[in-house]
Ligand binder design. Structure first.
Ligand SMILES: NC(=O)c1ccc[n+]([C@@H]2O[C@H](COP(=O)([O-])OP(=O)(O)OC[C@H]3O[C@@H](n4cnc5c(N)ncnc54)[C@H](O)[C@@H]3O)[C@@H](O)[C@H]2O)c1
Length: 416
């Protein structure tokens, strides 16, 4: 039986661990700083209390006690945790982004290769039915040779407000730039679908909405402290968390446990917590600084052009895809896409509601492929090892360099 240790039992780590458990692996040890999440997490995952740690020093001091480690702490912690895990001889399933620091990504790639260990990065979109099928259509030759890709990451006003204005990914110095945090998946998808590396990268971006000067007159620091715009502001916590829309509902259910730092909180308690929580802050009075909307243009090998747009200012949270080939095109969004073969047949693919609101099938798929890799050594084409992940991360770093300097980046020069 494959054995697994987990560090970070928040949203992602707990979810992966539950998938592994369901798929027949054993979770042997966990580490989580927040006491309630540690207690309930260890319980659910059937980890004995002497193997559940709140301090990472005690957790790593156990040495190598499992086949693999899930690293699902925050973005700037992955490097330190992954380095320790690789040095102890663990295979790793590491959340993305691996690190917002270029040299740290390169170092981990080198270390994993030297130690001959699998460092798999959670580019979960690869495992969704939507992208898995698009990849199969491209590989079948149905649209000929790919010439152009336009990907749009519609983050959703409610999701951006939660994660990138009030939440964990709001401040570059604490996490990294939003093009890395949110869109390393999309940059990975450009590489994964074409198999081609970027030669040149250019990017522009801006912040326009979530700025102090846009705060309504008389707005308090927290929405529930009597904001005069409570009825009209789309970002008021009443609308985002307490009475979500059909689109925002699944995200908010998922995030309640994290905001409250414990499961099973009543709506009444949740409201109380929001009165003082950082998630209850006025979106115009937060300490956010990450870019709200950014466009990246890439010139790939084989003369393929690609663009990626990331924007906070959309009503729904979904990804839009348009891939052009010499003999046809793929147009899709959320959980469905169509293929138009020029002067030929049209084909529609649809994967249902769950696929259209996130990457749930991807989350289950990555744990299945990772388990298979540990059990049989079989590396499916979906698995993004650190050696491949470098591509998406370097392109995000190059995009940031371009956005900040206004210059087109030659990736070969940039990587030297
Ligand atoms: N693959 C994806 O699509 C995807 C989606 C969302 C988030 N992420 C990434 O996954 C990671 C985790 O995100 P999340 O949403 O689960 O965040 P989260 O805040 O819910 O979970 C992180 C957990 O790690 C714990 N933690 C942090 N440092 C620790 C330490 N030193 N020792 C023990 N516990 C520690 C925190 O207390 C927290 O509970 C982030 O890097 C994030 O960017 C990836």
């Amino acid at each position: 039986m494959v054995t697994i240790a987990v560090i970070g039992l928040g949203n992602r780590g707990f979810m992966y661990a539950k998938h592994f458990l369901k798929q027949g692996a054993q979770i042997v040890s966990v580490c989580e700083k927040k006491p309630e999440l540690l207690k309930t997490g260890a319980n659910t995952l059937k980890v004995s209390s002497d193997k559940a740690f709140s301090d990472e020093k005690d957790f790593f001091a156990q040495g190598k006690i499992a086949d693999a480690m899930i690293i699902a702490t925050q973005d700037r912690d992955h490097y330190g945790h992954a380095k320790q895990a690789l040095e102890l001889g663990y295979h790793i399933l590491c959340e993305k982004p691996v690190s917002p620091i270029k040299e740290q990504c390169e170092e981990l790639d080198k270390l994993a290769r030297e130690k001959n260990l699998h460092m798999v990065v959670c580019h979960v979109l690869r495992y969704t039915q939507y992208y898995d099928t698009i990849k199969k259509v491209i590989d079948s030759g149905m649209i000929g040779e790919v010439t152009n890709l336009n990907l749009v990451e519609n983050v959703g006003y409610f999701h951006f407000a939660h994660s990138y204005v009030r939440g964990n990914w709001r401040k570059e110095s604490e996490t990294g730039p939003s093009i890395l945090a949110k869109c390393c998946h999309d940059l990975d998808m450009i590489y994964y679908l074409t198999g081609k590396k970027a030669l040149k990268v250019y990017s522009v971006g801006s912040r326009k909405a979530f700025l102090p000067e846009n705060a309504p007159a008389g707005a308090p620091s927290h929405c529930l402290s009597g904001c005069p715009e409570s009825a009209t502001c789309p970002y008021h916590v009443n609308k985002i968390y307490l009475r979500p829309t059909l689109h925002s509902f699944p995200y908010m259910i998922m995030h309640k446990r994290i905001i409250c730092e414990k499961p099973g909180t009543s709506m009444k308690e949740f409201r109380e917590i929001l009165k003082t929580s950082r998630f209850g802050r006025c979106v115009y009075k937060c300490d956010n600084d990450v870019i709200e909307n950014q466009v990246v243009s890439l010139k790939l090998e084989n003369d393929i052009n690609a663009t990626l747009t990331m924007t906070a200012h959309t009503n729904k949270c979904f990804r839009h895809t348009r891939i052009c080939g010499t003999k046809g095109e793929i147009i899709g969004e959320g959980g469905k896409f169509k293929v138009n073969v020029f002067a030929g047949k049209k084909k529609k693919y649809s994967f249902g509601i769950l696929e259209s609101i996130g990457h749930m099938s991807g989350d289950a798929g990555i744990t299945r492929d990772f388990l298979k890799l540990l059990q049989t050594g079989e590396l499916t084409s979906r698995v993004s090892l650190m050696s491949e992940t470098i591509e998406s991360h370097m392109n995000a770093f190059a995009a940031e360099e371009s956005r900040k300097t206004g210059k087109e980046i030659d990736t070969a020069e940039f990587r030297k």
